[in-house]
Every structure is written in structure tokens, then in C-alpha cells.
Design a protein around this ligand. Sequence first.
Ligand SMILES: [Zn+2]
Length: 495
Amino acid sequence: MPNTALQSLLFASLMFCSALSVAQQNPASSDPKAVAVAEVGVEANQPDPKIVEALKEISAQQIEATIEKLVTFKNRSTLSSNDQEMISQGLGVTAAAKWIQETFESYSKACGGCLQVKTDSFVQPVATRVPTPTPLTNVYAVLQGSDSQNARRIYLVTGHYDSRNSDTLNTKDAAPGANDDASGTAVSLECARVLSKYKFPATLIFLTVAGEEQGLDGAKHFAQMAREQGWDIEGVLNNDIVGGNTTPGDTQQRKDTVRVFSEGVPASAKPEDITRTRNLGGENDSSSRELARYIRSTTKEYLPGGFQPTLIFRRDRFLRGGDHTAFNEEGFAGVRFTEFREDFHHQHQNVRVENGIEYGDLPKFVDYQYVANVARTNAATLAALASAPASPANVRIETRGLTNDTTLTWEPSPGGLAKHYQVIWRDTDQPYWQHAMNAADRATSITLPISKDNVIFAIRALDDEGHVSLPLVPHPSGRIDVPGRPPVAAPPSGM
Ligand SMILES: [Zn+2]
């Protein structure tokens, strides 16, 4: 064998052995090409006993009672707030709003007045599906954060309590809306009932809105109010059609999962945000998508081996919209929960039988155990987020020179709950975070022997009990564009 060939062989086997030893040192990866960094588990796996306890209290019976009660208001069309006949009979959207408010108040009484029960009432002006000015009321309960430095952070769960039948303007005929969206309203109420028995450093809001079927009117008003008043809403969980529709003979429904829709490029992105996102390859890392990933990993942690969300990387279903979009448009991270497979005979339909098909959004098609699992997913996420530190601030990726290493810097998580930080990353073609590594104690920067060209990075904050913040993807600290083209300015905050 010629000398050079022998050297090549020796070199190759040496490289193979060293790659193997790195992989062996690195139990988080079985990839022999893995880089030599001390990885830790990327999924949170230290469940908070308090959250575990809370989830046991989520009750399918309670959810059933809520949905059955909402259906008794006969037709919860937003326009029925102008229908004096319905109001005089104690029916319609106005009576439903009153009942929701009283229910929140009863939950507050049970926790010694821990909830602030509020309404956001306004007159919706004439619009496409609103023929005359229409009074509209959003009803919500606030569980104020127990930590003064973290109470300004808000996580919100919402569902719409209005309903419709085949005619969006009809206020008289039955519009039971058991699935669309008494089910989502029941998730908000059940999260309020259960989580109000506990204290969390950050604030939770349990919201129920009207006007969804007329054009997201209630959610738009609430989201605009939140933005104008400077509310720091860091995550919106919108539950709309989470009943797990059960049609006799349907074999394609799945009861082990709920879809979670999240937008890619944010609805609120300005042209310069879109340019930066394009240059970074950040189309898959909006704050809404990070929230969706967080929901997935939190559900894995708290509902192991059972119910799991299916993340859908798009804003919503074709031809349909929802209240999370109203929040997205105001710049808030927000996602939509919807059952795996919808039966369109049981939504937006007059109750009737035609050609042997039963139409209408009736309680008998709702699976209350399924709604309870969706409620557990929501409650786990809300409790985990409200217990966790805030995300680190001002996360940056060093882009001022050509190097195969990556340097990330950040400012401490505000609010004082963070005890340490982790860098997480994934290959650019992967949907979920794959790797994690702890930064040194009190460090606010880290350099890794991994090329930023090849992976997506983010930084997250943790406390000593295993609560994990939402991750923040970095912005460039220098240019990220191609020389000769106009520079892309580094913006102040997250996408
Ligand atoms: Zn709906």
C-alpha cells in the first residue's frame, strides 16, 4: 500500500473513532456527526406537581354541563342582542353573556375573590354581517399574577360564545353551537375554574368573546384594546371547534390529537420584518410558532403517552378564520386549537334532517372526554407559561464576521425568576427543537462550534424547578445581507 493511501486510511479511522467518542460522550445524540458540546435534554421533563394536581381537576362532566347550558339559550347570534323578543324570554347572546359572567363570579367566590370578572362592551358599527349597530360584550376573568415583577406578563385563553345557523343574520331559529363554539367557551371556563385555585407569578386571562361569526368583531375589539393599553400578552390560546365531533359511521376522526394552527410570517409583520425574516430563513420561527412548539412539548410533559397536539404550520384552515388572527394582527403570538376532523354538516347549519343526513351543531355530537383533554392541554400550557421566567431579552446572533462558530448574546430575563439559560437549536429542515445546552451560570453569551448557517438557534430561560420560558430566536448583531445590497437594519425586538 502506498504511503499516502495508508495515511488516508489511518486518518479516516482516526476521524471515525473521534466522531464515535463524541457521540458516546453525548447521550442526547446518536448522530456520529454530532458536535462536541455537552447537550442536555431538549424537552422539559420535570413536571411541576402543582400543575399535575391541577390537571386532575379538569372535569368532562363540568364541561358537559357548561356546553348543555350554553345550548339552552337557543340562538346565541351576536345580532340577538338587538332582538327584544329573545331578550324578554331570557334567550340569545345577551342571556348567555350574563350566565358566563355569573359563572366566572361563582368561580371567583370559590377562591376567595381571586378573579377579577370584567366585561368589554361596545356597539359594533354596521359591517358586512352586521346590518344595524349591535351591542356586543366580551366577558373575561383575570387571575392576577402573584409576583409583582412578573404580573405584567399575560397568557390568555379564549373561545367564542356566539353561535350561528345556516343564516348568519338569523336570531330566532335554533343555533345550538355546541361544538362551534360552546366547546371553546367551556375550555376557557374550565381553565378558570381549575387554575383559579392556584397562584402563578404571571397573569392569566380567561376570555369569552362574541361577534366571531360576524367577522371576529369581539376579538378584534379586545385585541385592539390590549394593544392600545400596552398589555403584555405573550400568548393567546384560541379554542374554536374542539368538540371532537362524533358522527355515527365516521372512522376518520381522531380522538388522540387536536390540531394547533400557527401563522408563519406574522400578520403584523412590516416590510422590513419580512425582508429580515427572508434573509435569516426565519419563516418558521414566528412567536406564534414558538408558542405552538411550546404547547407540544408541554403536552408531552404533562399528558405523557396520551393526548398530543398535531401542529399545523399555517394560520388557519382553508376558507375559515378565527379569533387568534385578530390577536396576530395586533402583534400578539396566538394559535388556534381545532378538532382533528370537522364535520361540516354539524357547523353553521339549521337543525334538520335532509336526505337521511342529520344537520346541526348539537350536543350529541360532542365528545366531552375529548374536550376535557383539550382543556388539559390548554391548562398545562397556561400554568407552565405563567410559572416560568420571562424569555431572555434582546437575544442576538453575532454576524459581523465569517466564522464557522456561532456566538449568541442576550440580556437577563426580566422579572428575576430565571436561574439559568439554555441555547436550543435544530436543523433548518426540522420542525421541532432537537438540541439543548446549558449556558454557564450567570452567562449572557455563549460560543458554540456549530455554524449558524446550518441550524436555527434560540435562547430560553429556566428556573430551578424546571419551568421553561418561551424561547426567543436571535436577531443579527450585524449585517445579514449579501455585500452590495442594501443593509438590513437590526430591529429592536422579536418577530
Ligand atoms: Zn367558531
